[in-house]
Design a protein around this ligand. Structure first.
Ligand code: FPP
Ligand code: MG
Length: 296
């Protein structure tokens, strides 16, 4: 069914009748399509395929803008659109995908457009918060959790809620599942940034700290270090790391169990997500466990 979502996305793109957009669009590789998997699992229906295609377009648009903001060179292992075609084209392609998705969304019955558009506002507020938090090292867990809820979990929560609405299921329960799954997903992503190599990640390893992102493992590390260690950690914030500095960070993150603590937090959120589900939702359980145990 994911193939049908991809087909629907291509149909939406073709409806724009613009060769330049088609040329740019084919350079964006599809990702894991987590949001579509979730939507189709909760509501296996034709209506859900359209919804999933709209959500994927919104997600792609947000990543196009995010790569401009983060000055990223790689996305999913391929040169990002901002690098190949420049920032201006990347921003405009993002706007085109985003507004096409909203045009389609506006013909769905209430409250689906409201559920999704509310999440896009949160998504944008989350990105703004991410940009502002990147100004200095952020040791505050609550601000980090608020930021990842908005930036990542909100659209996953909204996808699950909207699918539940289509399927006549409990939107509150499925929304909570999506929210916890989204939070766990982002924390696992933050851990993988530290533990995986560039070939696996499709982007340089340990790029978060260099981009000014104080992710959960670094917040736990800050808590665990003594005065001198903290000073060294702060001195590496937003810096191009040498091999020696990289190894120092990797070792400290391991021996203070900061990575383990972050993994435990992701697992705890995963557990909370599963508690929202009925026993028969086996596939949704496996989406969660695959997501926690993934290596990329
Ligand atoms: C990736 O974060 C970024 C997001 C999940 C959201 C970005 C949202 C916006 C740019 C708001 C604009 C929205 C629209 C619809 C135009 P990351 O940088 O931590 O992850 P990465 O490592 O995958 O880049
Ligand atoms: Mg980014």
């Amino acid at each position: 069914m994911l193939d049908q979502v991809k087909l629907q996305i291509y149909r939406y793109i073709q409806e724009l009748r613009d060769e330049r957009v088609e040329k740019l669009f084919v350079r964006i590789p599809f990702g894991k399509m987590l949001r579509s998997k979730l939507i189709l699992q909760i509501a296996p229906s034709k209506e859900a395929i359209g919804l999933a295609a709209m959500v994927e377009l919104i997600h792609m648009a947000s990543l196009l803008h995010d790569d401009v903001i983060d000055e990223a060179n790689l996305r999913r292992g391929k040169p990002s659109i901002n690098v190949t075609f420049g920032n201006k084209s990347a921003i405009m392609l993002g706007d085109i995908l985003y507004s096409k998705a909203f045009y389609e969304l506006s013909s769905l019955p209430a409250p689906l457009p409201q559920i999704i558009s509310n999440a896009v506002t949160l998504l944008s507020l989350g990105e703004l918060l991410d940009v502002e938090l990147a100004r200095s090292f952020n040791p505050d867990i609550d601000r980090y959790m608020d930021m990842i809820y908005k930036k990542t979990a909100s659209l996953i929560e909204a996808s699950a809620m909207a699918a539940a609405q289509i399927a006549g299921k409990d939107t509150r329960r499925y929304g909570l599942y999506g929210k916890n799954l989204g939070l766990a997903f982002q924390i696992v992503d933050d851990i993988l940034d530290i533990t995986q190599d560039e070939a696996t990640l499709g982007k340089p390893t340990m790029s978060d700290l260099k981009e000014g992102k104080t992710t959960l493992p670094y917040i736990y590390l800050y808590e665990a270090l003594d005065e001198k260690g903290r000073e060294r950690l702060l001195s590496l914030f937003k810096k191009e790391l040498s091999n020696e500095e990289r190894s120092w960070l990797q070792e400290r993150l391991r021996d203070t169990k900061s990575l383990d603590r972050a993994k435990q937090k992701a697992m705890q959120l995963g557990q909370e997500a599963l508690e929202c589900l009925d026993k028969e939702d086996e596939r949704l359980r496996s989406i969660m466990t695959q997501l926690i145990d993934r290596t990329y």
